[in-house]
Every structure is written in C-alpha cells, then in structure tokens.
Write a protein that binds this ligand. Structure first.
Ligand SMILES: Cc1cc2nc3c(=O)[nH]c(=O)nc-3n(C[C@H](O)[C@H](O)[C@H](O)COP(=O)(O)OP(=O)(O)OC[C@H]3O[C@@H](n4cnc5c(N)ncnc54)[C@H](O)[C@@H]3O)c2cc1C
Length: 265
C-alpha cells in the first residue's frame, strides 16, 4: 500500500490533550517505534520480528564500571552491560522468547546468579535497581521518512536489534541531518514543510540507516548460531578485527557514523 506524497497525507488535525487544533508548516514525528503519526500518515514499514526477546533492567554495581561497556555474544543472543552515570549500568540481555520469559520470571537471587554467570565479576556484586522488562526484538524500516509537511526521525523511522547499540545513534544523526536540511531551506526562503525540501533528508539518511540495519542484523545472526560455516565466517571476521587495523577502522567508522555524509557542525 504505497502512499502518494500529497494525496493521502492531508495534515490530519493534531489534537493536543486540550483538544486545541494546531496548524504548522512541518510536523516532525519523533514519537517512537509505534509512531502514531507515522501510522496516521499511512507510511508503510517493512521488517521482521527476531526469534529473540530482550530482558532489560538497570543494576547498581559494587565496583566502578570506569565507563566501559561490555557486549558478550552467547549462542542464545548478545548480552550487554552498558555504563550509566554513577555506579549503575543498563543490562540488555537477549535470549529466545520462551527462555527470556523464563529468565525474567526467576526469583531475584537465582536471577542474579545467572546474571553473574553471564557477565562475570568485573563490577563486583550487582543489585537490581528496577523491574525486569521483556520485549520482543524487531527490525523495522519505514518505506519513506517524509511526506508533505511530515518528517520521521529516530525510532519512528527505523528500529534495529539492540546488538551494537545503534538505535539512539541513528536517531541523533537523523535529527542533525534534518536540522541542516531545514536550516538551509529556511535560509533560501523556502517552505520547510515542502516535500521537495524534505526529500533531501530522506535521500541523505535512508541509505545510511539501511546499511546500519543490515549490519546489526548480520551481527546478530552470525553470533547467534553454531552452524559450522557461519562459525568459520565469524572467526575470520574476529581475526580480521584483531589483526587488520583497516577492517577495525571501517567497522568503527560505520558504527560511529563517520562513514557517509556528516552534518556540518
Ligand atoms: C534495551 C535497549 C537498549 C538499547 N541500547 C542502545 C544503545 O546502547 N545505544 C543506542 O544508540 N541505542 C540503544 N537503544 C535504542 C534507543 O533506545 C532508541 O533507538 C531510542 O531511544 C529511540 O529514540 P526516539 O526518541 O526515536 O524514540 P523513543 O525513545 O521511543 O521516544 C519516543 C517518545 O515519544 C513519546 N510519544 C509517543 N507517542 C506520543 C504521543 N502521541 N504524544 C506524545 N508523546 C508521544 C513517547 O512517550 C516517548 O517518550 C536501545 C534500545 C533498547 C530497547
């Protein structure tokens, strides 16, 4: 179900909680993966659900984390422990759906034992800070990021597997690119909500985000299998990362948003 730029999207009246009718030249949808604005505009998305769910929660750590993030690749899926301000860390634990539900429902002591087995003891004893949240992981990409008077940014436009921690990074780069496109259009005296202006943002961001989505997908698939041919490919990849500075540099540049066109600061 394609959407023709001007025919379907007729700026449906946005209703604030007070029922005030708002009129604007441009709406930027930064309303997350379920984006009500994207849905109202009938922008089609593509993608799939993974066989895995994520268990996510924060912990207090006994020892300082020194701002080091760890990501460990288990056959059931990646496991990451990411530093937060203070002696706190965010855990992102991926496992097949049923296993994730079972782990998340374990009594706290058993859960913490299993957690320690997964990550090791670098940060000492861990204390759970908040409830464990389980949600299915998916990949989603909007067919387009803009329509007349509408632009999608961040998770409203794309959703990736949390492996590699790329979601927020992509959203920030979307916002920076869109800001530059709009500032230039404004300086040239153009209507910033015009489709021709917004298409420049689309053409800028969509190819790079497609590459990152593919990269995170391949990363998850190659690290979540014990099938020998893929295991060999994975070993070769890790060997290249360790031994070949250029391979490491390319992977880092891709994940840090240094490949492709960058917004002017
Ligand atoms: C477990 C986990 C770990 C992650 N780790 C990383 C990482 O290490 N690095 C990284 O780069 N990314 C990571 N991500 C991805 C990252 O969190 C998301 O990509 C990012 O938060 C998306 O930001 P966003 O602003 O586009 O959407 P969101 O963070 O979803 O924000 C959307 C906001 O819109 C609001 N909203 C929705 N509808 C309405 C409405 N009708 N009216 C008003 N407000 C509305 C919502 O309440 C919400 O506040 C992780 C994600 C998960 C789930």
């Amino acid at each position: 179900m394609g959407v023709s730029p001007r025919s379907r999207w007729r700026s449906p009246p946005l209703e604030a909680p007070s029922k005030t009718r708002l009129k604007t030249r441009l709406v930027i949808a930064a309303d997350g993966a379920q984006s009500p604005l994207r849905q109202a505009a009938q922008i089609r998305t593509r993608g799939w659900h993974y066989w895995q769910s994520c268990i996510s929660f924060t912990v207090r750590t006994e020892k300082p984390h020194d701002n080091i993030a760890y990501e460990r690749f288990w056959p059931s899926g990646p496991f990451a422990i990411l530093p937060l301000p203070g002696q706190r860390a965010q855990v992102v634990w991926t496992a097949p759906h049923a296993e994730a539900q079972r782990i998340a429902a374990l009594p706290e002591a058993e859960f913490l034992d299993l957690l320690t087995q997964r990550y090791g003891t670098q940060m000492g004893r861990l204390e759970l800070e908040n409830p464990r949240v389980v949600f299915p992981v998916r990949l989603m990409h909007s067919d387009r990021y803009s329509l007349h008077r509408l632009a999608l940014v961040g998770d409203a436009a794309h959703n990736c597997h949390p492996v590699g921690g790329q979601g927020m990074n992509m959203g920030i780069r979307d916002a920076a690119a869109l800001a530059q496109v709009l500032a230039q259009a404004h300086q040239q005296g153009r209507d910033i909500g015009q489709l021709e202006v917004l298409r420049r943002y689309d053409r800028w961001r969509k190819p790079e985000n497609s590459l990152i989505l593919a990269f995170t997908d391949i990363l998850d698939r190659t690290f979540s299998t014990q099938w020998p041919p893929i295991v060999w490919v994975r070993r070769a990849g890790l060997w290249a990362m360790r031994r070949m500075a250029w391979a490491r540099a390319i992977a880092l540049a891709l994940m840090a948003g240094q490949l492709g066109r960058k917004p002017v600061p």
